[in-house]
Design a protein around this ligand. Sequence first.
Ligand code: LMR
Length: 394
Amino acid sequence: MFQAIPTPKGDPILSLITEFRNDPRDQKIDLGIGVYKDDHGITPVMQAVTLAEQVLLNANGTKSYQGLTGDEQYNESITQLLLSGTSALDRCATLQTPGASGALRMLADLIADTAPNSTVWISNPSYVNHRPIMEKAGLTVKEYSYLDAQTKAVDEDAMLAQFAALGSNDVVLLHGCCHNPSGADMSLEAWQKIAELANKQGFLPFIDIAYQGLGDGLEEDTKGLHIIANQVDEFVISTSCSKNFGLYRERTGAALIVSNTLTAAMNSRAKMCELARGSYSMPPAHGAAVVDTILRDDNLNAIWRKELTAMNTRVNGLRAALVQEFQAATQSNRFDYFGEHKGMFTLTCISNEHIAQLKEQFGIYIVGGGRINVAGLNQSQVKPLVEAFVSIGA
Ligand code: LMR
């Protein structure tokens, strides 16, 4: 049966993990997968997580099944974290999922099941897994203009002009904050226009927010989302606790459906449960229990917020150092965009040849398209990175 399967190409981000691991050079730098590292190159378990795990251990819980919706307490906590203070709260239903990828897939399956002729519009560029997930669910995928490759900022006029031509068969996949891969976020004015266009044209906003708290702060990073939540009747959200709780391998995410009525949202969630039963059945419990424990405990919550702020301060310090080092090395402001971008990533738009040169000559690993995971860098690597860029003329 399986003899005819050709060797698959491999995921463009995940394959870098193995390549980097197998590289024997001491000075190699991993700026590939979106994982936060501290100044010692370690991805730490957050203190709040360790403390919450201790609470869970002492509670002597059970490992019995939780059911298709996952941990309902976690579902409530994560909904509050995303939508607190908005009018969407009382018409929202939340499903715990295996990471945000699981949420993207469940929502895509739901859309494909309900409205199979939908077209999902993803940004150009977008997270490398957006297109495959949507297409594997059977949906048509098209791209909307997003990044201006020259300025490395969002071309909002071009984007909004495309949205103005969409209709009720369209789904617009937006990045809630910290755009992956570019780091370029749109303005709140653009979010406002998107809310108006969604109401006028009838398209469904689909907000993927995998980096809440890694841009301007936990509350600040939901400002765009809240504009949609307060003005648009129906929209969906996928979210992740991989980055902001550092729970990557625990696969902790959620899919949220907001509809005109709570009944419609709950029915949609029940449909997703049916679809999940046909694949992974139930989400893993541990990460969700950790997140819920942190969010329900004032002390743990405060510790977690402080740690998140420290992570942001470190990344912003690296961004400032990159800007300064590039200015000194190039006598230009060509790389100032590093200081304007939000979250873990910056898209440099350098050529494939330059990306290969960085890897082969310097052991610097970055994702195709030129995405740099700034959060994977440390201060001592800033200068070598800038020198490598300059020496190959990138
Ligand atoms: C990334 O973009 O590097 C992360 O979201 C990891 C992943 O699952 O692709």
